[in-house]
Write a protein that binds this ligand. Structure first.
Ligand code: GLN
Length: 189
């Protein structure tokens, strides 16, 4: 039985919990738990940082003394960041600039789609087929390091990227039906 934590300081825990269960299917056994403390993080084999507001999340992580525990967790265990979570995992954040965990060699620009299209649903092509991708005030990944691998693009920009054990998506797969992103993440546990 593997345990996946979903950071639950802010943002949508419940949709990721359901998505994890659906991705695991019967048999394999994946338990999803809410993470609000370093002690809870220690019980996990992997962590999801959900969407939400990255500035608020960084502030709360600092207040709860979770920044260093998550950084050292990420040195050996997989982390998947969705949207605001992707911003937290990035090395450099702009528009506006803010601190981050820097666990992946990518640079992101926050709220980069502009007012007209700041939230939209798109069809996304990836190696396994096509999926629906929900973008909500999403960042754009402006630079991807040599070690990182782009798994899907949207309007010419990478939107699903992994680097070793870590993954980011700038869209919200937990809000759509396709479980490929969660399934691939579970494969890294
Ligand atoms: N716009 C948010 C931020 O910059 C991210 C939005 C999301 O996670 N859906 O933190």
């Amino acid at each position: 039985m593997k345990t996946v934590g979903v950071l639950a300081l802010q943002g949508d825990f419940e949709a990721h919990r359901k998505a994890l269960e659906e991705a695991a299917g019967a048999g394999e056994g994946v338990r999803a738990v809410e993470v609000r403390s370093a002690a809870q993080l220690e019980t996990c084999d992997g962590l999801i940082i959900p969407g939400g507001e990255s500035t608020t999340m960084m502030k709360l992580l600092g207040e709860e003394n979770l920044l260093e525990p998550i950084r050292s967790f990420g040195a050996t265990k997989p982390i998947y960041g969705t949207c605001a979570g992707a911003i937290l995992l990035a090395r450099d954040v702009s528009h506006p600039a803010q601190a981050s965990l820097g666990l992946m060699d990518i640079d992101v620009e926050r709220n980069a789609y502009g007012r007209q299209v700041d939230s939209h649903i798109a069809r996304l092509a990836y190696a396994g087929g096509e999926m629906e991708a929900v973008f909500i005030r999403a960042p754009i990944i402006r630079r991807v390091g040599a070690e990182a691998r782009v798994l899907a693009m949207h309007r010419g920009d990478p939107v699903w990227v992994e680097q070793g054990r870590h993954t980011v998506t700038t869209f919200h797969p937990e809000l759509a039906a396709d479980r490929s992103v969660h399934r691939r993440f579970l494969g890294k546990l």
